[in-house]
Design a protein around this ligand. Structure first.
Ligand SMILES: NC(=O)c1ccc[n+]([C@@H]2O[C@H](COP(=O)([O-])OP(=O)(O)OC[C@H]3O[C@@H](n4cnc5c(N)ncnc54)[C@H](O)[C@@H]3O)[C@@H](O)[C@H]2O)c1
Length: 433
């Protein structure tokens, strides 16, 4: 499936960021640029997509265990609230920037609309290396950050969730801090919480499960048999490890895994359970005895059927796209493919299942958690998984049919479906005053 290439026409020229074509916000703008020509009269609202509605930059000061005072840069960006409250994760990483958080929040807007959840898009982050902080310091930074962004979050306004380097414990601290500040236990202010605090069954594994369910469907359509399919995964955290487990359980062979510490390869398939144990103990896949060492760039040239980037943005560059041997890319991470690489993959006949649908399992079950918290009535894991499968496969079928009808790539098709919904909502709401 191919779509027309357009040179960037639509740009908001914001004074506070300087995106490059391959940077996250630059990538997002290029993706939107490709779909605005298909928006008809709704394109008059294109500014809604090209600029965030609200950006909050906060200083997060804490006292370190040593007694020193440290300051961290924190962000919460609400890209769009047209279709409902903001929704999106919080990332802790030393490379977090405003531009990255803007792009991640915009991708949340598109993702929530692509799978038709009643949310806008938001994202947050703190520029820090969690490995350099103690657990107590991380708790203090999380609580202070939550207080600082407390003026714009809330169960009806914007609902954070975990992302890279944050987890259920982080969400428990956020929920507790927000609740203390408003004087009432407010479980619905964040999702991805521990089960005992209003979390949802199935949430921890939901993103990996969604990657597997959409991947299985794409493989069926592309006639790639699951049994014996060779799979490579970059990132073996929450998303990568859970997806690996489901693929291995269904007869595929996870032959290559790479994370921040290194790469491992086994042509007979890595023992995913043993690798998970190894990562729990050693913090990385490096040094795993059940496979050979795999070099950084060799990972991208591995002889596989399916490749799953499940780490950070911008990983599939143009150079790596030329080397890829997979037939299918499952974008478990957000924004892992730069636009130039997208074109190369399309010309090489490699199908890319875009992030906005492929990794939407997490936000879908976050939506279920939010609904359960409001009604204080909780569903079984079986019910949750069934509803997740129904929503995500339904969305994928709709997007796939749109692509076949108009000869779009899956990314353009997903963006067309999503952007139409976002702009339609903006159009119906109108402007105030
Ligand atoms: N957690 C969710 O529910 C969720 C939902 C949707 C999308 N995502 C996206 O999935 C991706 C992974 O999120 P996660 O929650 O699994 O995070 P995580 O922190 O649990 O795991 C991140 C993984 O990426 C690896 N990694 C980091 N830097 C790397 C590098 N330079 N090279 C190779 N590997 C590297 C880490 O070693 C780790 O294995 C992110 O892009 C995130 O935005 C997560």
């Amino acid at each position: 499936m191919a779509d027309t290439q357009h040179s960037p026409v639509y740009s908001a020229n914001l004074s506070y960021v300087s995106p490059k074509p391959e940077s996250p916000w630059g990538t997002y703008l290029a993706q939107v640029d490709r779909v605005l020509p298909y928006m008809g009269d709704l394109a008059r609202w294109s500014g809604t997509l090209l600029r965030p509605k609200r950006v909050l930059i906060v200083d997060v000061p804490i006292q370190l265990d040593s007694g020193e005072i440290a300051h961290f840069e924190g962000y919460r960006v609400q890209h769009s609230l047209s279709r409902g409250p903001g929704k999106g994760g919080v990332r802790y990483h030393p490379d977090v920037t405003l531009e990255e958080v803007m792009a991640l929040s915009a991708w949340m807007t598109v993702k929530n609309a692509a799978v038709n959840l009643p949310f806008g898009g938001a994202k947050g982050g703190i520029r820090l290396d969690p490995k350099m902080l103690s657990n107590q310091e991380l708790e203090r930074v999380t609580r202070r950050y939550t207080s600082e962004i407390g003026i714009i979050i809330g169960p009806q306004r914007d609902i954070p969730a975990p992302d890279v380097n944050t987890n259920a414990q982080t969400m428990a601290w956020m929920m507790d801090t927000y609740s203390a500040n408003v004087g009432a236990t407010t479980t619905g202010v964040v999702t991805g919480k521990p089960i005992s605090l209003g979390g949802s069954l199935g949430r921890v594994k939901a993103t990996g499960r969604g990657v597997f369910v959409t991947g299985r469907e794409a493989m069926r359509r592309l006639k790639i048999p699951m049994e014996g399919a060779r799979v490579a995964i970059q990132g073996f955290g929450n998303v990568g490890a859970n997806a690996a487990e489901l693929f291995a359980h269904s007869g595929a062979k996870v032959v290559a895994v790479q994370d921040h510490g290194g790469g491992v390869f086994n042509s007979n398939g890595l023992d995913v359970a043993a690798l998970t144990e190894h990562v729990l103990t050693h913090g990385s896949v490096a040094g795993f005895s059940g496979g050979e060492i795999l070099g950084l760039e060799d990972f991208w040239g591995a002889d596989v059927d399916v490749i799953i980037p499940a780490a950070l943005e911008g990983q599939i560059t143009e150079r790596r796209a030329e080397r890829l041997r997979a037939k299918l890319v499952l974008e478990a991470a957000n924004g892992p493919t730069v636009p130039g690489a997208d074109d190369i993959l399309a010309s090489r006949g490699i199908t890319v299942l875009p992030d906005v649908i492929c990794n939407s399992g997490g936000v879908i079950v976050s939506y279920f958690e939010w609904v359960q918290d409001f009604s204080s009535f909780f569903w079984s894991e079986e019910e949750i998984n069934l509803r997740l499968d129904k929503i995500i496969t339904g969305a994928l079928h709709h997007i796939w049919a749109t692509c076949e009808k108009y000869n779009f790539s899956l990314r353009t098709g997903a963006f067309v479906v999503a952007c139409e919904r976002i702009l339609q909502a903006r159009n119906e709401r109108g402007l105030y005053p």
